[in-house]
Write a protein that binds this ligand. Structure first.
Ligand code: UN1
Length: 497
């Protein structure tokens, strides 16, 4: 079958990279299966995209928010119709199993409907003036052209978290999808166009970070930047944006802890651990990567976890019987293998997995065995650093306070979970765990789109996606004073003077 070619979207037209260069994207379950050929973009393509977005901004910002929202509403309806087709393409593109890629498209649908509702809210504030016959209010204004750099692990959901709130708020966009998953972003934006989005309001440039991502951050026409990805790249993006005084939302790594106390429902905690650690092949920023379990139940819990991890069916996510798909690429699988070697060298024990699967149906893909690491101490690198693969560490603790201390003893702070039947401890966990998200008796993954999403410490820089947090990033406050006294009134000065 001939390889299908995809181009950049600039000003409503599909165009090749100025250089004419392309790159190939392959199916991680079978590297012989080429998903498509994509434009390999550079700074000149970004400049074209920004120019198109600046042009489109002139009218989009003046389109009433409820009208902008109608396009999102139709997008949600069309995505619902196309869910199966896009989910299948996404599994082929990045590997996660079909039930999860359906969930990824569903997250975009949920975001579309939620943000469509915002078109009739986008509430501002009115407040009394300190002067007579004067009206004071603050209103949300769009930021302008927003640059977006998206990751590969949620190839439709995360671009939708960025695009949909930005659009309803009146911004225009230049988005660079991850090089491993450009097709899902193209599908998302094609749907927006079919729903009536005017030309130039969203522009896509595909390619690699240093060549196509960096120019987005640096271009003076880009007024704000939203990035999701590794802390390593986020640091560069954040510094470059800060040097230009650009608002920048960074959503980065996690080392998410699930605490299992002695009184927990162990069956429930076990299911949560398997889903949290091995769902999406552990490639979520919210993935459960540390299980902090009370020593009273650690032996039993760990033995059951290992048994279940060993029995997970790993393979091509397009097969409905498969429970865990491949890692997205060679680099990710090397990272998983390296961390297993580091853990062993530090004195931890690989209780199952720890290696690439190579035989039979696994021969042509990047499959890593579900891995449980035992005898992990809180200070070890395997307990401190993000792996972004199907590798979970088990750390023993002595009661609730010790568990919280271990959970908080890392540089990240995205998601956390507590399994316990004690309602008092549930409220203390909610208060004391240093993280943007805390689950009680549910795993660390599965955030819903209408709540703020993001983390503390080195997970992020204080912004939130999802919920009203997103509106705060994609708008800027304008304070407006209307003096209807027909005379000069001086604020902060006694007007009788
Ligand atoms: C991510 O891994 O970057 O909460 C996002 C979750 C998903 C989103 C994860 N709804 O696990």
């Amino acid at each position: 079958m001939a390889t299908k070619s995809y181009q950049n979207l600039i000003g409503g037209r599909w165009v090749p990279a100025r250089s004419g260069k392309t790159f190939l994207n392959v199916n991680p379950a079978n590297h012989d299966d080429v998903v498509g050929e994509f434009a390999l973009s550079g700074a000149e393509d970004v400049a074209d995209a920004v120019e198109a977005a600046e042009e489109a901004y002139k009218t989009w910002r003046l389109t009433p928010a409820p009208k902008r929202a109608e396009i999102l509403y139709r997008t949600g309806e069309l995505l619902t119709q196309r869910k199966e087709e896009y989910a299948r393409a996404m599994t082929r593109e990045m590997g996660k199993v079909l039930s999860e890629t359906r969930g990824d498209v569903q997250e975009a649908i949920d975001t579309a409907f939620y943000m469509a509702g915002e078109g009739r809210r986008l509430f501002g504030q009115t407040t009394p003036s300190e002067l007579q016959n004067k009206f004071a209010m603050s209103v949300r204004m769009p930021v302008g052209v927003v640059g977006m750099i998206a990751p590969w692990n949620f190839p439709m959901a995360i671009p939708s978290w960025k695009l949909f709130p930005a659009l309803v708020c009146g911004n225009t966009c230049v988005i660079k999808p991850a090089e491993d998953t450009p097709l899902s972003t193209i599908h998302l934006v094609e749907t927006l166009i079919d729903a009536g989005l005017p030309a130039g309001v969203v522009n896509i440039v595909t390619g690699y970070g240093p060549e196509a991502g960096a120019p987005i951050v640096e271009h003076p026409g880009v007024r704000a930047v939203s990035f999701t990805g590794s802390s390593e790249v986020g640091r560069i993006v954040g510094q470059n944006a800060a040097a230009r005084f650009k608002p920048c939302s960074l959503e980065m790594g996690g080392k998410n802890a699930m605490i299992v106390l002695a009184d927990a429902n162990l069956d429930l905690a076990l299911e949560g651990a398997l889903w949290g650690a091995f769902g999406t092949t552990g490639q979520r920023c919210t993935a459960t990567s540390r299980i902090i379990v009370d020593k009273a139940v650690a032996g039993e819990f760990t033995a059951r976890l290992v048994e279940r991890a060993k029995s997970l069916r790993v393979g091509d996510g397009l097969d409905e019987a498969i429970q865990m798909g491949p890692q997205v690429n060679q680099q990710q699988i090397e990272t998983s293998a390296n961390y297993c070697a580091i853990a062993k060298a530090e004195g931890a024990e690989l209780l199952c997995g720890g290696e690439r699967l190579t035989g039979g149906a696994h021969a042509r893909g990047t499959f890593f065995a579900p891995t449980v690491v035992g005898r992990v101490k809180p200070g070890m690198r395997i307990a401190q650093e993000e792996v972004f693969g199907p590798v979970v560490s088990v750390i023993e603790c002595d009661g609730f306070d010790d568990a919280v201390k271990i959970a908080n003893g890392i540089q990240y702070g995205l998601s956390t979970a507590l399994y316990s039947r004690d309602v008092n401890l549930a409220f203390r966990a909610m208060r004391d765990l240093e993280a943007g998200i805390t689950y009680i008796n549910a795993p660390t993954i599965g955030a819903e789109v209408h709540l703020p999403f993001g983390g503390v410490k080195q997970t992020g820089n204080g912004h939130r996606e999802g919920g009203t947090g997103a509106l705060d990033f994609y708008t800027t406050w304008k304070s407006v004073y209307v003096d209807y006294s027909d005379k000069l009134q001086r604020a902060q000065i006694d007007n009788a003077d």
